[in-house]
Design a protein around this ligand. Structure first.
Ligand code: ZN
Length: 388
């Protein structure tokens, strides 16, 4: 198996290709933009470009080096990314080996199926062991050509771990004086969280969201989803292929982001319910810890509120949750919802999000959230439609 073709992003590609053909690619490049839009794919493309034997403005795709890059088997194209922390093995050397094993397993899986949704249920980090592995590889010369390219994904995750100062410092030294043969391509979906010292060593290039047509075309070319599923996933994707993939079913699994969207829908129904018991039940259905995992749920809840607000403004407004249009419309009408009410609710969600960042008990956060949403949306004597 090889990596799928890189979809869209013509402008960043042209800029990178032009710089490369003039020998002007910086030693440390940062690709930043929304999550799941293809930054890591573009970073690997850039690595392929640097290593290609016949590259001009873009990689030829045919030389031995390109073929190895596309199979993720090029010994001089090294890809590092945040992983779940492996349990400590008691020594620095064995921790490094454990991190390398996880990395290799993930790359092997991507080789089999590169269509991985941009979502993880576990907190991921760039741990010290990963940075040590990267440093060790950087101290070696190229295996086949004259360059080694290091892709370091979601570089802001260097700061979220307790070993952060050490991991970040180890990397900083390398970025400060990169060996002549080394090129670094960092990616970040939250460049605001990058250490200023890391950021100051990079030349950055913005990678924007993709137009809906690009996302839909990609899904119909590379997945087996039905046209309806593609439509729905595209609308919810916000121009990100990685997020769109999270809304598509995979055998019996409806998709990780689709599951969260259904959970958010259940919350909205509980918020609208005339029975406080429904809100308590919804809040208690979450585990009592792990508030930081609520981030996606809140984001999804905002899409539902946005749809209510849009339909309350006018009946023919486009919605994100295409499959629930009839339910949303019925809700807006039976409750005479004012377009500003759901919009105000976004502030309520924002407050819940900051409580979650402070790691408050998720059941408490949700009880407050649902009570506040209920007060903001409620109107006397109305009923919620039963089914979506
Ligand atoms: Zn080539």
């Amino acid at each position: 198996m090889t990596l799928h073709a890189l979809e869209g992003h013509e402008r960043p590609r042209e800029a990178l290709g032009r710089a490369h053909s003039k020998n002007g690619l910086p030693a440390v490049l940062l690709l930043h933009g929304p999550k799941g839009v293809g930054k890591q794919r573009l970073a690997l493309w850039t690595g392929q470009l640097i290593l290609c034997e016949r590259a001009s403005g873009e990689p030829c795709g045919e030389c031995r080096s390109c073929r190895m890059s596309l199979r993720l088997e090029h010994p001089d194209l090294l890809w590092y990314f945040p992983i779940k922390r492996p349990p400590s093995k008691g020594s620095r050397e064995r921790d490094r080996e454990a991190a390398e094993e996880v990395r290799s397993e993930i790359i092997a899986r991507v080789r089999e199926n590169a269509l991985v949704p941009s979502y993880s249920e576990d907190p991921l980090g760039l741990h010290l062991a990963t940075v040590r592995n990267l440093k060790k590889e950087a101290s070696r010369g190229p295996a086949v050509g004259t360059r080694r390219v290091f892709v370091l994904a979601e570089a802001q995750e260097l700061v979220s771990q307790e070993a952060s100062p050490e991991a970040a410092n180890a990397l900083l030294k390398l970025l400060e004086e990169p060996p002549d043969s080394c090129r670094f391509v960092l990616t970040s979906s939250e460049p605001g969280r990058l250490l200023p010292t890391v950021e100051s060593r990079t030349t950055s290039l913005h990678v924007p969201s993709l137009p809906e047509d690009d996302v839909a075309r990609f899904l119909s070319r590379f997945t087996e989803a039905s046209p309806e599923e593609i439509d729905k996933a595209t609308k919810l994707s916000a121009g990100s292929i990685g997020r769109a993939l999270g809304y598509l079913p995979d055998q019996d699994d409806p998709g990780p982001l689709e599951r969260i969207r259904q959970d958010a829908f259940a919350l909205l129904r509980a918020a609208l319910s005339d029975h406080p018991a429904d809100r308590f039940a919804a809040a208690l259905s979450r585990p009592p810890s792990g508030a930081r995992g609520l981030h996606e749920l809140f984001q999804s809840l905002e899409t539902w509120l946005r749809d209510l607000s849009a339909l309350a403004s006018y009946r023919d407004a486009p919605v994100l949750n295409l499959d629930a249009r009839a339910w949303l419309l019925k809700t807006v009408e039976s409750r005479s919802i004012d377009p500003f009410r759901p919009a105000e609710c976004v502030t309520v969600v924002e407050r819940a999000r900051s409580l979650a960042a402070g790691n408050v008990n998720p059941q408490l956060i949700l009880s407050w959230l649902l009570a506040d949403l209920h007060d903001a949306l409620a109107s006397a004597g109305s009923l919620v439609p039963d089914e979506a």
